[in-house]
Design a protein around this ligand. Structure first.
Ligand SMILES: [Zn+2]
Length: 366
């Protein structure tokens, strides 16, 4: 395959891989960065790398891979395990890119190379394997959202004292709702409506709750009242909602109201069956889902463990979102931890930096 044909194949391949991000260095050096696993598994298959069981990976340093490289001298395939260590805090997902054989008109019909170790060398000539690294690493980003605000003054004061990048989500019609929203707005801090949604355990939602039995008109009226009670909010996330977020109809009505007001949506992901993020994407809302809850267990040790998970996910995927609560334990942990992020090589960013618009195929980032 000559260089022109290789380039053409790669371009065709990229057209079908809309989740693929190519660094500017690739043309010269054949370097490519994958921001997330591609969906076009017929072209190449990352599932092998992503399916590695967590427990087989050492805690430190963190290993990626395996990455399969073709060794030109021995004409054999060799697995290598690139790693993330403290000196190189950000390595993108590195994976082989398989070029489609020239004789195959549609790259999507190219058979997946599922067992690279057993592929004969003839096939390798057809499907050139390349190993890619990023020469211009981007530091991983984390964003933090504190929700359940509005019920007490102490939580309000402590969360307003956190770094300005930390976003706050406020429960409607609560004693400190208006004051929290106004003061956060004055700080130019991102604020959200923490919309109470029906859960599966029949826990009380408090005022402004949205329930599965509500008609379209009822649900929209309550949500609009919730939104209008909070000045300066830019988005919404669900409080509880393990039942309501699984209801496609209810979620459509929620997203219609948010869409009209150009608000974003964060899926707190309180149910694995949530359709909230997917529905938000369908309506073209900016959206992202929660990766980590910081403080389901309210001890410093447990919160620290969750924070480490957040950093690990951010290094693996480029960014990650945590949700925490205005508990004294969480507030004091974040107050000292967030000023020490430099040493982790991770950036605390505003929530807006993690929000992705849906891609044309409907698969939003992350
Ligand atoms: Zn909540």
């Amino acid at each position: 395959m000559d260089a022109g044909a290789k380039l053409a194949s790669l371009l065709i391949f990229c057209l079908f891989s809309n989740t693929l991000f190519m660094s500017s260095a690739w043309a010269a050096d054949n370097y490519v960065t994958l921001e997330q696993p591609p969906k076009t598994e017929a072209v190449f298959d990352l599932s092998e790398y992503l399916a590695l069981p967590e427990q087989t990976m050492p805690e430190k340093p963190e290993w990626l891979g395996p990455v399969i490289s073709v060794m030109p001298e021995s004409k054999s395939l060799e697995k290598t395990y690139p790693m993330i260590d403290s000196e190189h805090t950000w390595q993108p997902i590195i994976a082989p890119i398989l070029l489609a054989p020239e004789s195959v008109p549609n790259v999507l019909s190219t058979p997946a190379l599922t067992e690279p170790d057993k592929v004969s060398l003839d096939k390798i000539d057809l499907m050139a394997t390349k190993k890619f690294v990023d020469e211009h690493p981007k530091p991983p980003k984390i964003a933090i959202l504190i929700d359940d605000l509005g019920y007490n003054r102490r939580g309000m004061e402590a969360s307003l004292a956190l770094p300005i990048e930390v976003a706050l989500a406020i429960l409607p019609e609560t004693p400190y709702a208006h004051q929290t929203a106004t003061r956060a707005q004055a700080q130019l801090r991102t604020t959200l409506l923490h919309a109470p949604m029906e859960n599966q355990r029949e826990l009380k939602l408090g005022p402004g709750g949205l329930y599965a039995k509500m008609s379209e008109q009822e649900l929209k009226a309550v949500l609009i009242k919730d939104l209008e009670g909070l000045p300066g909010i830019q988005g919404a996330n669900n409080h509880m909602g393990s039942l309501l977020t699984t209801k496609p109809e209810s979620m459509k009505w929620v997203m219609e109201v948010l869409k009209e007001r150009a608000l974003f949506f964060i899926d707190s992901l309180t149910s694995p069956d949530s359709v909230a993020e997917k529905t938000a994407q369908e309506y073209g809302l900016k959206t992202v889902r929660r990766d980590v809850f910081l403080d389901n267990i309210r001890t410093e040790k447990a919160i620290d463990r969750q924070f480490s998970r957040l950093l690990k996910l951010a290094r693996r995927h480029g960014s990650a979102l945590a949700i925490g609560h205005p508990y004294p334990e969480t507030m004091s942990y974040l107050q000292h931890r967030l000023v020490n992020l430099q040493q982790d090589g991770v950036h605390l960013v505003a929530l807006s930096e993690l929000l992705a618009l849906p891609t044309p195929s409907g698969t939003a980032k992350k």
